[in-house]
Design a protein around this ligand. Structure first.
Ligand SMILES: *[C@@H]1O[C@H](CO)[C@@H](O)[C@H](O)[C@H]1NC(C)=O
Ligand SMILES: *[C@@H]1O[C@H](CO)[C@@H](O)[C@H](O)[C@H]1NC(C)=O
Ligand SMILES: *[C@@H]1O[C@H](CO)[C@@H](O)[C@H](O)[C@H]1NC(C)=O
Ligand SMILES: *[C@@H]1O[C@H](CO)[C@@H](O)[C@H](O)[C@H]1NC(C)=O
Ligand SMILES: *[C@@H]1O[C@H](CO)[C@@H](O)[C@H](O)[C@H]1NC(C)=O
Ligand SMILES: *[C@@H]1O[C@H](CO)[C@@H](O)[C@H](O)[C@H]1NC(C)=O
Ligand SMILES: CC(=O)N[C@H]1CO[C@H](CO)[C@@H](O)[C@@H]1O
Length: 916
């Protein structure tokens, strides 16, 4: 949107640290998934976080895929096709994710991209793109292709396989939209470590590099303006929404400019047709409009031009920045509003804001900056952060933190859920003999609730199977228009079975309610971990048994993974660890809800234990490696059990908790997930397309190789090096074959299979092998022979010098020296003989002087000399070190024996070997 969202992100800075350090060798990546651009970053051992360059060596890649009849194109190539064949190009997919066909976003998309046919999925009610190739594609599949392409870029850049990724999503993405991105990633075979809100990623990037400036205990709050989304714009601290925000955004500006250009063209009356009717022409104008917007950020006016816009008519017209600002004036007017709204919701004043950072493409538009400066009353906007890449860099930092492979100082992020989520259920109540159905609502996650967070909800009044709904809570902060874009406010219905039987089974025990365990995970996705029916019995115990049971319980809880493990055995006693926080929380709940206060016994309790857990976690993170988050929950449990022990020892009566797993059927009410079969078939669809692309690339390579071989060899036949080593007959034969294959290629080559092309090439190579060999050998001779000659010379010199060492000082044995001489003799003879024989041969005959033989001789001689040199190197005269001078030394040498020399492998080198 033009205005952008105001993001207030709270970061708890827990670690003062410098840059990350790395250990194991596994690269991880981030994808900053924008509706127009994708930015990819990697981190790999020994290499700091880096933005990945794409095939055009650019730091960002258009989010687009082109599905041609026989291949796919991505990035700039895909976008390039939009002016040739707009129907094959799919982009701006973000606004369709997790949306029903009836959604306003879909209508808007259809209007913006009339070339696409959007169908309705009969089962899920979502959008399908009709395509001539496979019958249709879902937005998730198309996004999956783009994600896998991004992975390919990252892998090429990192020069290794990558599977793990952190992907950014707009903070305002709801549950269905987040799940859609996860499904797309799954289709691409990517393992998503986390979906991170893009403004959070920016904030993280900001925080990480200013760690030292941030106080370790103070919460840091700062604001980003995010203008890259042309949808409802929210913030993760405060949700902001403007009436027409779905129409806002950089892309909206592009479209307005495009329409302006179309008007200008129509006014020029060079064609009788309306340019708006022509998809290709409009695509060309859109491309020009995007260029225009960028240029007008730096210039006051610009000449827009498109060659052959329509029916070979060129278009050319001047557009001024003033005109552009006029076109978008209503967008600019809305810029300040979200800022004020956000400050109000946050109960902050402008003075409280230290820094305003702009993020997103349209923030380069001077007018947007001007309006914001005025609205914030600041001197300047935060420019000390590379806004374009901050999200990708923040996300890859997080990827490094989450991947166990890197030792990174974590920067703890508490993100906030933008949309409240509540549990709704109906219960029959009897008042004065009249039975009525009572609707109940309990908030599960409040608006702006921090996550990741676990919550436990306890239903106390049910003794038989029942159902409850999970819905979004009070969404009145959205306008009706925004709400309709938002989609279903109903998330799911949970049907429980086994409640009644759990009560029958434990009739003697006291019910502690039905507990539903929820988890809002790191990606902001709500999960229902499990539901259990909890009972408590009071039993008299013998001390012995008690100890054993207790030990058993403690151990099993430790290994069972604590509260996050849904496989806890149903009849296994569970430690009494949830009750205390529950009770303390109950008071607070009752204070908040009048309804609850009426009941003598609350229907319902909400445990905020996990908030405490979280707090604890933050503390313990100070000391421990927080990359192992799950572990911390377990440790927490263990700690509790530890504390509970002494208390229980004192009692002879033991309260024992029994947990009975309740079967859950989850009915999804917003957007159905693709079934496992759907996912498998999508995966296959993508894999098939990838395989087809790879096969096509392979075939093109084979074709090129064959073409190049023919061309180069034909040329070589005229070069002296080659023509002199072949007989006329051989030359003719080769030339004829080359011509034959060349003609075959012209006639049938374009239909030929990769296999045929490869076969032709290997036939030709076989035919030319001898010729090439002769040429190659001749080329190698001078070098190799010179090397051999030189080594013979030095070896001979060395041999002679060694021979001259006086007998007393001699360190080499006679055998050794004879061996060297023999090798020298033999090599010299071989060389003389072979060279002489080769000279007698014609150039066209197979050579007998072979470079590989020369290399063998070289190696042999070299080894021999080196052996002796090495021996000399470690030889050390014993008698020398007596403080005598060189003259007396000589005389002492006269009666030195072999004993004076000591060979020691670890000793230091003597002078002997430097003589060479
Ligand atoms: C994803 O891309 C890689 C190459 O980077 C390829 O090997 C793989 O098959 C692709 N996966 C799918 C599902 O297309
Ligand atoms: C959504 O949930 C509310 C409250 O549970 C209910 O009244 C409404 O009918 C539900 N809507 C749909 C479409 O299921
Ligand atoms: C090496 O050749 C020389 C003469 O060229 C000869 O005197 C000597 O005995 C030969 N040595 C060996 C070890 O063959
Ligand atoms: C090798 O040939 C060179 C001349 O090419 C000659 O001087 C030398 O004596 C020959 N050596 C032997 C061992 O044949
Ligand atoms: C070396 O020895 C000679 C005689 O043996 C002596 O004249 C000379 O001074 C000595 N030099 C040193 C440096 O000791
Ligand atoms: C070496 O010479 C010294 C004096 O010149 C003499 O004392 C010694 O015996 C001689 N050693 C041998 C092994 O000849
Ligand atoms: C260790 C243990 O008690 N395992 C039991 C868990 O519960 C199932 C049935 O629900 C039993 O079959 C296991 O023996």
């Amino acid at each position: 949107m033009a205005a952008g969202s105001l993001a207030v992100v709270a970061l708890s800075c827990l670690f003062l640290a410098s840059l990350p350090s790395y250990s194991v060798s596994v690269a991880v990546m981030s994808v900053d998934l924008g509706s127009e651009w994708i930015k990819v970053a990697i981190v790999k051992p020994g290499v700091p976080m880096e933005i990945v360059l794409n095939k055009e060596s650019r730091r960002k890649t258009p989010t687009a895929v082109c599905l041609k009849e026989n291949e796919r194109l991505f990035g700039d190539s895909a976008l390039g096709m939009s002016v040739k064949n707009p129907k094959t190009v799919y982009r701006h997919l973000q606004s369709l994710l997790g949306k029903k066909h009836s959604n306003l976003n879909v209508a808007l998309y259809q209007k913006r991209f009339p070339e696409h046919q959007l169908l309705e999925d009969p089962v899920r009610g979502t959008v399908l793109f009709e395509s001539s190739e496979a019958k249709w594609f879902t937005p998730e599949e198309l996004l999956g292709m783009v994600l896998n392409y991004s992975r390919g870029l990252a892998q090429d850049f990192a020069e290794q396989q990558i599977k793990d990724a952190v992907i950014t999503v707009p903070a305002f993405f709801n549950q269905a939209e987040r799940r859609a991105v996860l499904h797309a990633a799954e289709m691409a075979g990517l393992k998503v470590l986390q979906l991170i809100n893009d403004n959070t990623a920016v904030a993280l990037n900001y925080g990480v590099f200013r760690r030292k400036d941030l106080d370790s205990t103070v919460k840091v709050t700062f604001i980003t303006f995010q203008t890259k989304n042309d949808k409802n714009v929210f913030v993760n601290q405060h949700l902001l929404a403007t009436d027409h925000s779905i129409r806002l955004g950089g892309f909206e500006m592009d479209l307005r400019l495009r329409d302006h250009l179309a008007n200008l063209f129509n006014e020029q009356k060079k064609s009788k047709k309306d340019v708006r009717e022509n998809h290709r022409a409009m695509a060309k104008l859109l491309k020009e409009a995007q260029r225009l917007k960028t240029v007008l950020s730096a210039n006051m006016e610009f000449m827009a031009q498109v060659e052959g816009l329509m029916d070979d008519i060129d278009f050319k017209s001047k557009v001024t920045r003033a005109e552009f600002e006029e076109l978008c004036s209503d967008l600019f007017e809305r810029v300040p509003r979200p800022l004020h709204d956000a400050l109000e919701t946050a109960d902050l004043k402008l003075d409280d804001i230290e820094l305003v950072i702009l993020v997103g493409g349209s923030t380069r538009v001077p007018k947007v900056q001007e309006v914001l400066l005025k609205a914030t009353g600041k001197e300047e906007l935060g420019k000390n952060i590379n806004a374009d890449e901050a999200a990708a860099m923040g996300a890859v930092y997080q990827a490094a933190v989450l991947s166990k492979a890197f030792k990174v100082k974590p920067f703890l992020i508490r993100d906030a859920a933008l949309f409240p989520i509540q549990v709704e259920f109906t219960r029959e109540v009897e008042e004065e003999g009249i039975k009525t159905l009572k609707q109940n609502k309990r908030i599960l996650f409040q608006r702006m609730a921090p996550y990741p967070q676990r919550k436990v909800i306890t239903f106390n009044r049910y003794q038989s199977d029942f159902a409850f709904n999970i819905n979004y809570g009070d969404m009145s902060f959205l306008t009706p228009n925004e709400l309709s874009v938002f989609g279903s406010v109903n998330l799911s219905t949970v049907e429980l079975s086994g409640v009644g039987s759990s009560f029958q089974k434990h009739a003697e025990a006291e019910s502690k309610g039905i507990k539903a365990h929820f988890n809002m995970d790191e990606s902001g996705v709500l999960l229902l971990d499990r539901v259990e029916s909890v009972f408590e019995t009071t039993v008299d115990e013998k001390e012995e048994e008690s100890t054993l049971t207790r030990l058993g319980n403690t151990i099993s809880t430790l290994f069972g993974g604590g509260s996050s493990d849904p496989t806890v055995n149903s009849t296994e006693p569970v430690q009494d660890d949830e009750e205390t926080p529950l009770d303390s929380r109950k008071d607070k709940d009752e204070g908040q809800k009048e309804e609850a206060a009426k009941d003598t016994q609350s229907d319902f309790e909400k445990s905020s234990e996990d908030e405490k857990l979280q707090d604890k976690e933050e503390e313990s993170n100070d000391k421990k490696d927080p990359t192992v988050r799950i572990k911390l929950y377990e440790e927490k449990d263990a700690e509790k059990h530890g504390k509970a022990e002494p208390e229980k020892k004192a009692k002879l009566q033991k309260k024992s908790k029994i947990s009975e797993e309740i079967t859950v059927e989850l009915i999804i009410n917003d957007i159905l997930n693709p079934t496992p079969d759907d996912l498998a078939s999508s995966k296959k669809k993508l894999q098939d397309l990838t395989n087809r692309d790879l096969a096509k690339q392979e075939r093109e390579k084979s074709l090129n190789n064959l073409e190049a071989f023919i061309f180069e060899t034909q040329d070589k036949l005229y070069q002296e090096d080659y023509s002199q080593v072949v007989s006329d007959q051989e030359k003719e034969q080769i030339a004829a074959k080359l011509t034959e294959v060349s003609e075959w290629m012209d006639e049938e080559g374009y239909a030929a299979t990769t296999k045929q092309l490869k076969e032709k090439l290997s036939q030709l190579k076989g035919l030319c092998k001898d010729m090439f060999f002769r040429v190659e050998e001749r080329r190698k001779w001078p070098d190799r022979l010179a090397a051999l000659e030189s080594l013979l010379n030095t070896s001979t010199f060395f041999f002679r010098s060694a021979k001259q060492i006086p007998e007393d000082d001699q360190i080499f044995t006679e055998v050794e020296l004879n061996m060297l001489e023999k090798v020298i003799n033999e090599t010299t003879i071989w060389k003389n003989k072979t060279v002489a024989a080769q000279e007698k041969l014609s150039l066209q005959e197979p050579p007998i002087l072979l470079s590989k033989d020369i290399e063998v001789k070289l190696a042999l001689l070299d080894r021999e000399v080196n052996y002796l040199l090495n021996k000399a190197k470690f030889a050390k005269p014993k008698a020398k070190a007596k403080g005598k001078n060189s003259t007396t030394e000589k005389s002492s040498k006269a009666n030195g024996t072999a004993e004076d020399w000591e060979t020691e492998p670890t000793g230091k080198g003597s002078d002997l070997n430097t003589g060479r």
